[in-house]
Write a protein that binds this ligand. Structure first.
Ligand code: ARG
Length: 582
């Protein structure tokens, strides 16, 4: 479906032509003076220079050629603006088309294209902490948005499952239980199917081992274990597999509570088989060069304002690093999926890393010109006081703890306000808590830092997730009291608030397209906040269910039903949903 601005711009351009002027002057924009009009065209002002006459003369001539049916107001005003208000008839027809079109008439810009969204980035065997919240929920929203536009989307968690944390655990386990067969280099039998540790052991093993990193002897052991694991030492691979088997279901469980779901659970380890061939190839073709014993890929460009150091491919001790696995992962993705785009969501402190990796991939031809690379570097979530988020004893807060704190806070509210019956408390609480948490985050520009403020995020009023849910629930309740509403056609606006709401609804596609283009879920939040405001204004100013004129009433109902559909679709893109009651 065409966007309103495109439709009325085309009509305006035709009017310019009909009046004897060039079409290009007919660009229409949303009005910057909403008190005067809804849309405006300033083309007569620029055209005046070319045609050497007064702008108002042109504006008057153009206005003559516009179709009066489309507008409730057409005005040429000094010095030469054309001000427009849409007619009720035009809006009615447009919204009726939106109502009946699949996905409200959004143009499927991504049809036939594949995008890999790399987000989440959990590290196996380490508990998820609050730093993992943003990449998970921003990435999930961007993935859903792309899917909505018709992209074939592959969400890949890109687990950190190949690094030092694995070596630390292996070294720690060896100190505690050296008799285990995994440590016996001569052992050739089958390793036990059962792991020698449980999830809670693991949760203790890793931090203990990590704290011992300062001990040079232990650190050396951990590094060696990491290296040997990567070289394929059998016993270590078996321990690694145990860690994966225990850790992954737990990660998945937590991501599930966030309504974050991955198509692929690949990780750094899956890139490993690609590394030897890739390194050999980069050396052979001269992209990798020796520098102080390490193999590096120089990626500096003449136009660089800041120094971009070479990407380290192989360290002098022969081991590969984070960048190596990322480059090899790109190779794997190109071979397996040949995507049109790869989008990464991580902390913005990794900006340089991705710049280096993308450049290395580009210049070596691992990706071709047809594949777009984008890194969305997000800012930090701080505490309500603006300082880094810390637990009382100065540690890093676990993600699970954050979720359960928010859930407890919301549950108290739900129970105090006696919103739902006892058996619905949990479900309602969960939905509101998710909305509070996610909207609180997603309503910020991804790149910016923000302060986590439980009370503000969970408020039922203001620019919050619960406020959006509340608006949806309000509509649901009216609809359920009305009866069957699904087939009701859209009517022309019966009052100014209805008209404002209708215009807000027409901005759905433009808002989503902007969010898609700039990888900015915050634009979806800003849009639904505006839309919810229009719904509530309309609700307060209009007698809906008590309207006696049945035709009028049906028109109101169909309008709020459409608003509900749009709000529900939008929050689904953001990754949360509305309860029945609130
Ligand atoms: N595991 C990484 C970390 O904790 C994030 C991974 C992000 N994705 C990537 N392809 N590098 O920092």
């Amino acid at each position: 479906m065409k966007k309103i601005l495109d439709i009325i711009t085309a009509k305006m351009q035709q009017a310019f032509v009909d009046a004897g002027y060039e079409a290009s002057y007919g660009q229409v924009t949303v009005s910057n003076r909403p008190d005067l009009c809804e849309y405006q065209c300033n083309g007569a002002l620029s055209a005046a220079k070319q045609y050497k006459c007064a702008p108002i003369q042109i504006a008057n001539a153009v206005v003559e050629k516009l179709n009066a049916d489309d507008y409730s107001m057409i005005e040429a005003v000094m010095p030469g603006f054309i001000n427009l208000k849409l007619s009720g008839h035009f809006l009615q027809a447009y919204l009726e088309e939106m109502r009946t079109a699949p996905d409200f008439g959004v143009t499927k810009l991504g049809e036939g294209k594949t995008i890999v969204v790399d987000y989440g980035g959990a590290n196996v065997a380490k508990p998820l902490h609050i730093g993992h919240l943003r990449p998970a929920i921003i990435g999930e929203a961007l993935k859903r948005l792309h899917k909505f536009f018709g992209f074939n989307t592959i969400g890949d968690i890109h687990l950190g499952d190949w690094g030092l944390q694995m070596g630390l655990i292996i070294a720690e386990l060896q100190e505690r239980q050296p008799e285990l067969p995994y440590f016996d280099p001569d052992f050739t039998g089958e390793y036990p199917a059962e792991a020698p540790f449980t999830l809670s052991d693991l949760e203790e093993l890793y931090p203990t081992a990590s704290a011992k990193k300062t001990d040079p002897v232990f650190a050396e052991k951990a590094h060696t274990a990491t290296f040997e694991l990567q070289q394929g030492r059998r016993g270590y691979r078996a321990i690694w597999q145990h860690i994966m088997n225990i850790s992954l279901p737990d990660l998945e469980r937590i991501y599930n509570t966030l309504n974050v779901h991955y198509e692929k659970w690949l990780g750094e380890s899956d890139a490993d088989p690609y590394i030897p061939g890739m390194v050999a190839d980069l050396k052979e073709r001269g992209f990798a060069v020796l520098s102080e014993g390490a193999w590096v890929v120089p990626v500096a460009e003449e136009t660089d304002k800041k120094e971009v150091p070479p990407m380290i491919l192989v360290k002098s001790d022969g081991s590969s690093i984070y960048a190596t696995t990322d480059l090899a992962t790109i190779l794997q993705r190109m071979q397996d999926w040949n995507p049109d785009k790869m989008l990464y969501v991580t902390d913005k402190r990794q900006n340089l890393h991705f710049e280096q990796v993308f450049r290395a991939a580009r210049k070596s031809g691992i990706i071709g010109a047809a594949t777009e690379m984008e890194h969305v570097g997000h800012g930090t979530m701080n505490g309500a006081d603006g300082k880094p988020f810390k637990t009382r004893d100065g540690g890093v807060l676990r993600l699970e703890q954050l979720i359960s704190d928010m859930t407890d806070f919301v549950r108290t509210k739900v129970m105090e306000n006696k919103i739902v019956s006892d058996d619905e408390v949990e479900e309602t609480t969960r939905k509101i808590a998710m909305a509070a948490l996610k909207y609180g985050d997603l309503s910020n520009q991804p790149t910016k830092d923000y302060n986590f403020d439980m009370e503000r995020f969970a408020a039922f009023e203001g620019n919050t997730g619960p406020y959006i849910l509340y608006t949806i629930v309000r509509i649901k309740s009216i609809l359920s009291r009305y009866g069957a509403w699904e087939q009701l056609p859209i009517a022309a606006p019966a009052n100014p608030h209805a008209k404002d709401l209708m215009i807000a609804i027409t901005k759905f596609t433009p808002a989503l397209e902007s969010a898609l283009k700039s990888s900015a879920p915050n634009l979806i939040c800003a849009y639904i906040y505006e839309l919810a405001g229009c719904v509530n204004k309309f609700y307060h100013e209009t007698r809906i269910l008590s309207e006696e004129d049945e035709t009028l009433k049906a028109g109101y109902i169909s309008l709020i039903a459409l608003a509900k559909g749009i709000l529900e679709t939008a929050i689904d893109l953001l990754g949360f949903s509305a309860p029945e009651k609130m």
